[in-house]
Write a protein that binds this ligand. Structure first.
Ligand code: ZN
Length: 235
């Protein structure tokens, strides 16, 4: 009699219990993993990196192509997942799991990294090596990025939005921007045509003055000579 129970346990009950556990495990675990798009920005050297500025610069340099194609991949994933739910034997549970995995508001994840130099000591000699440190993260929806892109397009991609809307337009007149305008206008006064190759008397003028809402962007800047610049201020 004892032998019969022994064999029943080994060949019937135990396998049955294991199968039930395995079945429940499959059922409990979600097969849906939201395909987040991760983008890394190396902010080494930046003092107070602003994530929005990095995103704007990415959109200015690369446009929406990469973002759009990532979004299409996510929509493909959604379509495939809906099919998976339809074909599943546990539709109700799978549908719940699918809906719980959706995270469109955080679909795009931006990660800030910084290179840090570390040292290891071998036989009294210090060897430097670089580690990449994650220092921050920001996530947003496709709509957020598209909205920023549209705003940038409206201002002809001339500046990142925080600078464009900054109240301190004068402080945005960097040496680099001045040089850029001087070269663009070939060191020539845009009113009288005076050529100032040595830069003496060369002014960078805001066409619409900052006091009237003019921006420090190339389209609102030009080269003037002292005379023309003086006349302009006389108005
Ligand atoms: Zn002039």
């Amino acid at each position: 009699m004892n032998d019969v129970w022994f064999y029943l346990w080994i060949f019937v009950f135990a396998p049955l219990i294991i199968s039930v556990i395995a079945f429940l495990a499959v059922l409990i675990r979600s097969p849906f993993k939201f395909p987040y798009r991760k983008i890394t920005f190396d902010v080494s050297g930046a003092k107070k990196p602003k994530i929005e500025d990095y995103i704007d610069r990415m959109l200015i340099d690369n446009g929406m192509n990469e973002i759009d194609s990532s979004m299409l991949n996510m929509l493909d994933w959604k379509k495939e997942s809906v099919e998976k739910v339809k074909k599943s034997a546990y539709k109700k549970r799978r549908r719940e799991q699918f809906e719980m995995s959706l995270d469109w508001d955080h679909a795009f994840v931006f990660i800030f990294t910084r290179n840090r130099t570390r040292y290891k000591q071998v036989n009294y000699v210090k060897y430097p090596y670089t580690v990449v440190e994650e220092i921050g993260e920001f996530s947003c929806s496709y709509e957020y990025l598209k909205d920023r892109f549209d705003q940038l397009e409206e201002i002809d991609f001339e500046a990142v939005l925080s600078e464009y809307h900054s109240k301190k337009q004068r402080s945005l007149m960097t040496k680099e921007l001045r040089e850029q305008i001087a070269f663009r206008d070939n060191f020539t006064c845009q009113i009288c045509g005076k050529y100032m190759p040595d830069g003496v008397g060369l002014h960078i003028d805001h066409i619409i003055p900052v006091s009237k809402g003019g921006k420090s962007v190339p389209s609102n800047l030009r080269v003037l000579c002292s005379k023309c610049n003086g006349r302009k201020s006389d108005h």
